[in-house]
Ligand binder design. Structure first.
Ligand code: HEC
Length: 142
């Protein structure tokens, strides 16, 4: 009985590692519920869609971003040409000052905040649309 406990703990640790690796893309419905109930200290791995999908800023901002060229340089959770939206949201609090600041940088173009690759200007974007996009970006804190 004495050595049984560490063994079963080991199995729980192992299965949760397996879920952590495999759970990236899929929704892992049944299995992830089971894992989270046995590991209450861990936040369930929810997709951004699951966490923010009902927020009007999420819906409107994402729709505008999809129509624009942003996805060719930005992803929500991975840095490609530009910083991930996650990183931007970590850096700037979701305040109206920051929304205005970042929206004007999207319109005018910017460089030097994240490195020396510049973001080109988007002169055809309206202030409102740029602000709506930024409100979406700043929602995506990890
Ligand atoms: C050609 C690639 C490219 C495109 C297209 C692009 N970005 Fe960027 N973006 C970047 C780069 C590179 C940076 C980092 C600039 C810097 O270091 O200051 C950046 C930075 C940003 C930032 C953070 C600015 C800061 O001051 O920290 C936001 C917000 C942003 N982009 C939003 C957008 C949105 C919204 C769109 C679509 C309208 C867009 N980007 C299109 C490359 C791009």
């Amino acid at each position: 009985m004495k050595f049984f406990k560490p063994l079963s703990l080991g199995i729980i640790a192992l299965t949760s590692v397996m879920y952590a690796c495999g759970g990236g893309g899929g929704e892992g419905t049944e299995a992830s519920k089971e894992t989270t109930s046995s590991l209450p200290q861990n936040q369930p791995q929810q997709s951004l869609e699951q966490r923010y999908g009902d927020d009007p800023d999420y819906i409107a901002g994402l729709a505008l971003i999809k129509e624009s060229d942003c996805p060719s340089c930005h992803m929500a959770e991975r840095r490609i040409v530009g910083p991930s939206y996650n990183e931007v949201a970590e850096k700037y609090e979701n305040t109206s000052e920051n929304v205005n600041l970042l929206a004007s940088r999207v319109i005018k173009g910017t460089v030097g905040e994240w490195g020396n690759v510049p973001m080109p200007a988007h002169p055809s974007l309206s202030e409102e649309d740029a602000q709506q996009m930024v409100r979406y970006v700043l929602l995506l804190r990890k």
